[in-house]
Design a protein around this ligand. Structure first.
Ligand code: AMP
Length: 283
């Protein structure tokens, strides 16, 4: 595995790979690699000849009151995990080479980037859109694998690819969970043992929704309210939002229609950690 830190060097390698007709798969992360990230690498490995993993803690997607400076950066451990996962190139630039002095350009998301997570974290998705687009230009992938764990982010990336006519196939990877059901996340290390077991309430909420829909309950806001109640009555947990949305626009849906797909989005605080999760349902 080769470690690359300079955008122009990564670009030159990607260009050469393309000239040699290599299929490039990319996985973009902020590091502190875990089973979720490694499942994405595995999918990339299965469908591409060359796998590029990017690690970059992107300052422009963090709010002023967020954890940019505390975000875990266990680089040596990440290198070992990436090697073991048979990554070909690890692209790990520093902030100065991605946003050099006098950097000025930011991608602006439309309505999809301003709802839900976008409303709670103003500017977050503009930061995500900008870095993902820059990393597309640097790594020149044919395929890019993203986790459904960040469902709204994935929908925004699909929108960028469509709106900007990018010739890249987006692959959506399933959510990897701990045994308790808690979705694996780099931020889970901030949870105390007690908070960690309480945090499985989000997954219990998803299971409750699954049961309600299987039982042909039709009123989605009522199901969401029951889940908010479940979260609110778990010690140390506080619901931020629980909502069913349609798969394309992420607009709230009220009533179930037979044969349609919905996504339940959840955001909650467990102690001082904000967690997001989601589940997909077909009625
Ligand atoms: P992050 O490092 O948190 O920015 O995540 C990088 C990529 O890994 C994104 O595409 C995430 O959706 C994905 N990811 C994070 N956690 C999980 C998980 N538990 N299961 C599947 N994919 C995940």
């Amino acid at each position: 595995m080769q470690i690359i830190t300079e955008p122009c060097q990564m670009q030159a390698i990607a260009e050469k790979l393309r000239l040699n007709r290599q299929l490039i798969g990319v996985v973009m992360t902020m590091g502190a690699l875990h089973e979720g990230h490694l499942s994405l690498v595995k999918l990339a490995r299965q469908s591409a000849g060359t796998v590029i993993l990017t690690i970059f803690v992107n300052p422009s997607q963090f709010g002023l009151d967020e954890d940019l400076h505390q975000y875990p950066r266990p680089f040596e451990q990440d290198v070992a995990l990436a090697k073991a996962a048979e990554v070909d190139y690890l692209f790990a630039p520093d902030a100065g080479s991605i946003y050099p002095e006098n950097y000025q350009t930011t991608l602006e998301c439309g309505a999809l980037g301003k709802r839900l997570e976008g409303e709670r974290r103003p500017g977050h998705f503009n930061g995500v859109a900008t870095i993902v687009t820059k990393l597309f230009h640097i790594t020149k992938p044919h395929r890019a694998i993203f986790g459904q764990k960040d469902a709204q982010q994935l929908a925004i990336i699909r929108q960028i690819v469509k709106d900007l006519d990018l010739d890249i196939t987006i692959v959506a990877a399933p959510i990897i969970r701990e045994e308790s059901g808690l979705a694996v996340s780099s931020r889970n290390i901030y949870l105390s043992n007690q908070e960690r077991s309480a945090a499985s309430i989000l997954y219990q909420g998803i299971c409750h929704a699954e049961q309600c829909i299987a039982d042909k309950k039709k009123e989605l806001p009522a199901i969401a309210a029951e889940i908010e109640q479940m979260i609110g009555s778990t010690p140390g947990c506080r619901s931020d939002y629980v909502v069913f949305v349609d798969e394309e626009r992420f607009l709230p849906v009220e009533t179930v229609e037979e044969g349609k797909e919905y996504r339940l989005l959840l955001a909650a605080w467990c102690g001082r950690v904000r967690l997001i999760d989601n589940g997909k349902f077909r009625a």
